[in-house]
Design a protein around this ligand. Structure first.
Ligand code: HEM
Length: 231
């Protein structure tokens, strides 16, 4: 007998939730560390370029040039794929479980999941543009590729943000990042079964603080280039 495809086919929901939560935590840790790296732009071009060069040679001579960087890239890529697959599967599963009938009073929850979907799609688009802009240089006419001995990440950054349209794009993307991080970190509290009202309050403050600080520090970089503070 052939059974009809069930919306519950595939991994159990608890496993999808765990996968979404763990990969979300990895990606949040990455944006926090990346923000600290971005602050180095204020220390000076040499410092920023040295840091970008170090990312390429870290782990040498034990690892080949860019070995550690590629290991991080693979972990990030796998995390992004699992995060998107798990969160989309959970969204479709909860929608099909609800059926065609809509109970009143569920707006708040559906608003959060819609917001996460929209900001998540925006961030995916941003990451693709961002890599084509500052890593491969396809979207950056003045891009200078790194060599074995030096990196030009600072010059590439200035060239990119000197274009108001690109700066605006980064500012909008950081708005999406703030919203996604705040809600995502807050949802983590539920995923990791944080139930005490006091701990939940503290977690909420941490979620808001992390989202706002990371987004605003990042936003300051294109704004600093546009206003001539960084040049
Ligand atoms: C205004 C904010 C940001 C600035 C100024 C910035 C700056 C940079 C720079 C300069 C690079 C190239 C580094 C190099 O040449 O080695 C880079 C790479 C990258 N950034 Fe950002 N970034 C920002 C926001 C973000 C955000 C929010 C994300 C993630 C959501 C992100 C993800 C990445 C990734 C995945 C790479 C590629 C790393 C690699 O494989 O080489 N960035 N960023």
């Amino acid at each position: 007998m052939v059974l009809p495809a069930s919306p519950q086919a595939g991994p159990p929901s608890w496993l999808l939730k765990l996968a979404a939560a763990l990969t979300g935590a990895i990606l949040a840790a990455f944006v926090a560390v990346h923000m600290v790296g971005n602050i180095k732009a204020y220390v000076g071009s040499e410092h920023f370029n040295d840091y970008a060069h170090w990312l390429r040679v870290a782990g040498e001579p034990l690892l080949p040039e860019m070995g550690l960087l590629w290991a991080f890239r693979v972990v990030l890529l796998i995390s992004i794929i699992i995060h998107i697959a798990a969160t989309l599967a959970l969204t479709f599963r909860s929608r099909s479980a609800r059926g065609p009938y809509r109970a009143r009073g569920l707006r708040a929850e559906s608003w959060v999941s819609r917001t996460m979907l929209i900001t998540g799609i925006a961030l995916l688009g941003f990451i693709i543009i961002h890599i084509l802009d500052l890593t491969t240089g396809h979207l950056n006419g003045a891009f200078q590729a790194p060599t074995h001995t030096s990196s030009f990440a600072y010059e590439n950054l200035i060239a990119s943000f000197s274009r108001p349209l690109f700066s605006l794009l980064y500012l909008v993307a950081m708005g999406a990042l703030a919203v996604h991080l705040i809600h995502g970190l807050w949802l983590l509290a539920t995923d990791f079964a944080v139930t005490g009202p006091r701990t939940r309050r503290v977690w909420k403050v941490i979620a808001y603080a992390a989202g706002i600080v990371i987004a605003f520090v990042n936003m300051s970089v294109p704004l600093a280039v546009l206003t001539g503070v960084l040049s």
